[in-house]
Design a protein around this ligand. Structure first.
Ligand code: 5GP
Ligand code: MG
Ligand code: MG
Length: 180
């Protein structure tokens, strides 16, 4: 699999260090509260697994699965909920965990839906952000890394369903995209 990789943008050790820092900040910020982490399937699964083990608080997890109506690698911002939360989030302290924020359209749609359910608080934790691509303002309370406008894979992020299990955040070789 590493043979398909052109460049490692964020190596595994740096990700681990950053996730540990984010977990420590979350632990301080939510002291005394019971936290609900909401992961967005499927990309956030890996960061969720590492992040939750760095949060020293009573916390629960839940997941949503969404599908963007946009085609290919660009997002339309019109989102269909494929799997909704199991939990009722009204009155809960909710922290949404995302793999990457690109235009921000998907997450802003999702936040609108979650906000309408009256959580006690609603914040965002995103491993990656592409600020140059942002089309809507989002207040990301916990951010791992800013990355340039390149399509990245690994640590949960896929290309055509593959590469999620790479431990590093990587850019693929051009030839991998050539046939698609
Ligand atoms: P947005 O609505 O912010 O434009 O898109 C967010 C979603 O698009 C992310 O949650 C992710 O699923 C996908 N996405 C955006 N940029 C990338 C990228 O560089 N690599 C991968 N694998 N997915 C991306
Ligand atoms: Mg995502
Ligand atoms: Mg994807």
């Amino acid at each position: 699999m590493m043979g398909d990789v052109a460049e490692i943008l964020v190596p595994s050790a740096e990700i681990q260090e950053k996730v540990r820092e984010m977990g420590e900040r979350i632990t301080r910020d939510y002291a005394g509260e019971r936290l609900l982490l909401v992961g967005v399937l499927r990309g956030a699964v890996v960061v969720m697994g590492d992040l939750m083990r760095n949060i020293d608080l009573p916390c629960e997890i839940d997941f949503m699965d969404i599908s963007s109506y946009g085609s290919g690698t660009s997002s339309s911002g019109v989102v269909r909920i494929l799997k909704d939360l199991e939990e009722d989030i009204s009155g809960r302290h909710v922290l949404v965990v995302e793999d990457i924020i690109d235009t921000g359209l998907t997450l802003s749609y999702l936040l609108r839906s979650l906000r309408a359910r009256k959580p006690a608080s609603l914040e965002i934790c995103a491993l990656l952000s592409k600020p140059s691509r942002r089309r809507v303002e989002l207040d990301v309370k916990y951010l791992g890394f800013e990355v340039p406008d390149e399509f990245v894979v690994g640590y949960g992020l896929d290309y055509a369903g593959a590469y999620r299990n790479l431990p590093d955040i990587c850019v693929l070789k051009e030839e991998i995209f050539a046939g698609s």
